[in-house]
Structures are given as structure tokens and as C-alpha cells.
Design a protein around this ligand. Structure first.
Ligand code: TYD
Ligand code: MG
Length: 458
């Protein structure tokens, strides 16, 4: 029963029937790989049977309440997990190499072990001695975590059957290999088969399995994307190389809200949770400068303040530069266009740089007004008051739209000592948390009120 070979993009996970040099979906080069069918896998014999066996059917009603959860005690982690670790679940922790995934998971393993779980940590990348050295550096040598350095999944599963742990950490899924799959470790076929085995094992035995997955641009190693749809929870560990801050972000969670983030700081003794991220992200702010704006954002369920910085300068190029870090480039173009078309502020012939301080990535449209403010402030060389936060969505017509959780944003700003907030006019009145509100309805209105006396003729 030879099947047509199928191909998968290692960057975005799209399946295609033929090979191509470039993925049509995500546009990456050299990421399409052949995926071998599981014809030699453990399910192959069962598939050969003429008839399947009857599967028991049941009702939608259940006796069971919420799945039981175990807390690690690390609040930043527990919140991202949706309120603790769930039994019989599969998790993927993705991130760039060297960002701190192994450190995070070794620390989490130790915490869960201390809270009574039987924890096994399997490293496929480092030797036992290397992991022990890290444990010493983190001060975790006393913790009852069981450790092995192994890549053969058959042996690992046999070991786990005997050990019967509550939590298994596989670091990383790209190093695991199954002898039933004829492909190199790290290939799409191996990663997918190994993740499938581990996920099935987790469900059958009622244990939590955490898989580490490196995100790579080159595409020679299968990215975690091909695993994402198999697991219950996908967490990404992000951060900028030059910064100490690390963000753990839930991009998918069957047991809790997605979009939740936890903030950590990488120190000489491992990761330390950051309880007040707003203060951290604003800590490098000096005197009010043109182009700098504080945005009152929401990340997951939590308000978080951060700083947008813009620089606008005459461009020596025929095509001016538009460079953005920490925000969406397409959205920047839109705001530049709306500023030009609706508020009469052109950016033609000007290079524009936009940056979110501290390595944070903001995805909310609620940041539109903060971005517009940063751009105009940089262009007009006029600083905003230091005690002012800004948020609001901008529509293509130049109107300002109110955003969700206005009260939470204001409360967080008040807590950090801000006195005024520039926001869209709200239909529903709520508390102002003691801030002086400057509510506006349109972008031209905003530009006139805030920069009116400074604005150069368009
Ligand atoms: P690591 O957890 O090995 O990253 P990953 O598993 O994602 O590849 O972390 C590697 C980096 O973290 C390395 O550059 C050293 C740094 N680090 C610290 O700064 N402090 C520490 O206590 C530890 C253990 C690592
Ligand atoms: Mg590692």
C-alpha cells in the first residue's frame, strides 16, 4: 500500500503533495521536507486488520470535575499553565536555542518534585554531568528529580513504564528517535512520530509530558510547529539576547486561556520570577524624550505597561526605511498611512524606526494610539509629559476606538505613579483609577490637542 510521499514545511507545518524550494504559505526557503508514512510504525499491523474493534461511546455529562492540577509554586509559571500542571497532558515548550528552556524546565522540575510529584528529566542534548553541573549552579542538587541522558525513545518509554513518574521532561524532542522510523533524528518524520508516541503515552498513563522544541530558522531540524497540533499546551519562551528578561507565553492551552504570559529574569543563579513586569519594562526610562510613549497594555489576563520608542529622520534613500522591533510592521504602515491621510502628517522621505523597550513583543491593536503618539512626537521633536500613559485603537477612517479592560489599564498606570491617560472616548463610563483622563474621538483631534502648538505645517 505505497502512498504518495507527502511533504511538510518545517517552519510553518503546512503539508503539501510535492517538494518545492520555497514554502508557499510562510515564504521560507529550503524548509520543505519529505514525511515518510508510518507504514513501519507500531500502528501498521493494526491497520491491516479487516475490521476495527468497537469503541465505547459515552455521554457528554461527566462525574469528574475540573482536571486535578499541581502547582509549582512559581506563580509566573502556574498562571501560564492555566492554574497549574494538569495530569495526562502533553506540553511543548518552544524557543530559540540558548534562551533558557533547559534552565526553566530544570527549575520547574525541581519545584514540582518538591511539591510531591515524581519527576523524570531526560536530556538528549547534554550529558548527565552537564545537567548535574547546571543543577549545582541553580542550587537544586538536593531535589529528588530523577535524571537520564538518552535519545532512544524505546528505551526511554520502557524506563518510564517501570518508574511510573507523574511528570516527564524530554529535552529536546529534536534529539529523540524511534527505531521504527527510517529517518534521521530531528527530521519531520522522527519528531512527529516521537511526539505522537510521547503524547499517547501521557494520555494512557495519566502523566504530564513536557517536550522541549528548538525553533530554528534554517529548517534542517524540524521546528516545533509540526508538533503543535498534537499537544494540549504550547508555550513559547522568548527574549532578546541582550536583555535579561524572558517571557513565557501560552500560545495554545486546552486547560486555560491562551495569550497568558509569565515574566522571568535570567540571573547568574537561574531564572527568577518578575512579579511587577511593568516596573521592569519601564525601569530604563530616563527623562521624557521625543518619540517615547508609555503604553498601558494587557498581556493575557494581566495589565502591563511598556515603552514605545520612535525615531524619525530624513532619509538618504529613495525608499525610506521602516524598521520595527516588538510590533507588527504591517500595522506600522497602516498607522503611517492613517496619520498622513486623516491627520495630514506625511512621513514621505523620512526613515521611521519603532521599538518596544525591553524586548517585549506587543500584539494588541490597543497600542495603535501609543504608536501614533510616538511617531508624531518623534517627528515634531516634542516630548509627551512623563506622567502620561496612552492606549486606544485607530480605525482606517482615523477614528479612535475604545479597547477592552480600560479600567485595568488605568489601575496599573495609577499604581506605577502615572497621573494622566490619553484614551478614546468611552461609551461605558467606568472608574478612572484616580487618573486625569483626556478622552478623544479622532486622530486629528488627538494630534491637535496633544501636539497642536508644535505641529509643523503639513
Ligand atoms: P539553556 O537553559 O541551556 O538554554 P536552552 O535550553 O534554551 O538552549 O540556557 C542557556 C543560557 O542561559 C546560557 O547562555 C547561560 C544562561 N544561564 C544563566 O545566565 N544563568 C544560569 O543560572 C544558567 C543555568 C544559565
Ligand atoms: Mg537546552
Amino acid at each position: 500500500m505505497a502512498k504518495d510521499p507527502s511533504f511538510t514545511c518545517t517552519a510553518c507545518g503546512t503539508a503539501t503533495s510535492k517538494w518545492a524550494g520555497r514554502c508557499e504559505t510562510c515564504g521560507e526557503w529550503n524548509t520543505i521536507q519529505e514525511v515518510k508514512p508510518l507504514s513501519s510504525g507500531p500502528g501498521a499491523k493494526a491497520l491491516g486488520r479487516a475490521r476495527g474493534r468497537a469503541v465505547p461511546l459515552t455521554d457528554l455529562a461527566t462525574e469528574e470535575a475540573e482536571p486535578p492540577r499541581t502547582l509549582s509554586g512559581v506563580e509566573e509559571l502556574d498562571r501560564v499553565l492555566g492554574g497549574g500542571l494538569v495530569k495526562a497532558s502533553a506540553l511543548l515548550v518552544g524557543g530559540d536555542p540558548g534562551i533558557g528552556k533547559s534552565t526553566l524546565l530544570l527549575q520547574a522540575a525541581a519545584r514540582f518534585a518538591r511539591n510531591g510529584l515524581r519527576v523524570v528529566y531526560v536530556s538528549g542534548e547534554e550529558s548527565v554531568a552537564q545537567v548535574q553541573m547546571r543543577a549545582r549552579r541553580l542550587g537544586l542538587t538536593e531535589s529528588p528529580v530523577r535524571l537520564a541522558a538518552e535519545t532512544g525513545l524505546r528505551d526511554i518509554l520502557t524506563t518510564l513504564e517501570a518508574e511510573a513518574p507523574d511528570l516527564v521532561i524530554i529535552d529536546s524532542i529534536q534529539t529523540m528517535w524511534l527505531d521504527t522510523v527510517e529517518a534521521a533524528p530531528g527530521s519531520v518524520s522522527q519528531v512527529r512520530a516521537a511526539a505522537h508516541e510521547l503524547t499517547t503515552f501521557a494520555k494512557q498513563r495519566g502523566i504530564a509530558v513536557v517536550m522541549v522544541g528548538h525553533v530554528t530558522k534554517e529548517g534542517t531540524i524540524a521546528g516545533p510547529r509540526v508538533v503543535e497540533h498534537m499537544v494540549d499546551t504550547v508555550l513559547y519562551f522568548e527574549g532578546e539576547r541582550g536583555h535579561q528578561f524572558r517571557l513565557l507565553r501560552a500560545v495554545k492551552n486546552r486547560f486555560g486561556p491562551a495569550g497568558e504570559i509569565g515574566v522571568f529574569e535570567m540571573t547568574g543563579r537561574g531564572l527568577v520570577e518578575v512579579r511587577n513586569p511593568s516596573a521592569l519594562f519601564l525601569s530604563e526610562r530616563g527623562q521624557p524624550a521625543p518619540g517615547s510613549v508609555v503604553f498601558a497594555g494587557i498581556e493575557g489576563s494581566r495589565p502591563m505597561l511598556c515603552e514605545f520608542q520612535a525615531l524619525v529622520a530624513p532619509s538618504p534613500h529613495s525608499q525610506p526605511r521602516r524598521s520595527v522591533v516588538g510590533w507588527d510592521g504591517g500595522r506600522l504602515s497602516m498607522i503611517l498611512a492613517v496619520l498622513e491621510a486623516r491627520a495630514g502628517i506625511p512621513f514621505a522621505g523620512l526613515d521611521v524606526y519603532l521599538n518596544v523597550a525591553g524586548g517585549l513583543r506587543v500584539g494588541e491593536p490597543a497600542a495603535d494610539l501609543a504608536v501614533a503618539a510616538a511617531l508624531v512626537s518623534a517627528r515634531e521633536d516634542a516630548a509627551l509629559p512623563a506622567d502620561c500613559v496612552i492606549f486606544g485603537e485607530i480605525s482606517l477612517s482615523g477614528g479612535l476606538r475604545p479597547v477592552n479592560q480600560t479600567e485595568n489599564r488605568l489601575k496599573e498606570a495609577a499604581k506605577l505613579g502615572f497621573r494622566t491617560a490619553i484614551t478614546p472616548e468611552r461609551a461605558k463610563r467606568g472608574g478612572d483609577a484616580g487618573l486625569a483622563l483626556r478622552e478623544m474621538t479622532t486622530l486629528p483631534d488627538f494630534v491637535n490637542q496633544v501636539f497642536g502648538d508644535r505641529q509643523a505645517p503639513a
